[in-house]
Design a protein around this ligand. Sequence first.
Ligand code: PLP
Length: 326
Amino acid sequence: MLYQRSSQLFAEAEKVIPGGVNSPVRAFRAVGGTPIFVKSAKGAYLYDEDGNRLIDYINSWGPMILGHAYEPVVESVIHRAKLGTSFGMPTALETEIAALAVSMVPNIDKIRFVNSGTEACMSAIRLARGFTKKDKIIKFAGCYHGHSDSFLIQAGSGAITFGTPNSPGVTAGTAKDTLLARYNDLENVTQLIEANKNEIAAIIVEPVAGNMGCIPPKDGFLQGLRELCTANNILLIFDEVMTGFRLAKGGVQELFNIKADIVCFGKVIGGGLPVGAFAAREEIMNYLAPLGPVYQAGTLSGNPLAMAAGLAMLKALNEDAAFFKD
Ligand SMILES: *Cc1c(COP(=O)(O)O)cnc(C)c1O
């Protein structure tokens, strides 16, 4: 059998990990079969526990944009690990990657690093709410922004006023502040804004949707969101966790020449280590603690190994201008 050892490992994992996995898609439920357990990877290939060599079309869901075990990333991580792996105090490395990210992405002055895309989106929403002093957000059906409570919401028939949670454990209180809109449907967004006048803090969108197949924005959709946001004192949040440092050096903002108010990152920005980030112009970012009133923190945020991997990745993408040419 081709995947005998993987099957055994999965059976063992199921005894001590819910569903045998630490993130549900890895259980292969949607595609059938049992998960392949990876032993190592290099470039475009995975090597599994049964000794099979497989072409990897997943790329860790995004981070491995330059292939697995990309040498500069690996070398940086090894170098850093020997210098200590976590301090709970600042390092020069954090400023270096922040400055590089700010130089690559349009319309951002400051960036804060967190540990995942989920954390980035969750924090961006809190910041938007604190900054605008409003509670509700609009998200789009089919767009994924991680697993924090505010985003696990499905529209009921009363979508204009109430969202209903699509996971137990998300309270009705949280759900009522998330409004669900249809992607590429400006009319729908306009209606939601009208029905919730002066209550919407932010619209969060995957500016090129990657979590419901790859759905590009229709002509004028992102521009329309920009105009609606500006006209109604709503912050436009681009969730570029998937598109950031990928569609263009500066992501969708650069490619489509549309200005977001807050941008979220993950995946590529960590070079394969657990990193997320959110960024905005100075006025908004200064609203975060310790400068401002909106609290956000993390023991391992800006972790030196993670920053080393991310920095090596961004440097490679920044220097290789040809990478983004076609
Ligand atoms: C993957 C993804 C997230 C969540 O990031 P995690 O690091 O898995 O928490 C958020 N938004 C988008 C668009 C994503 O593709």
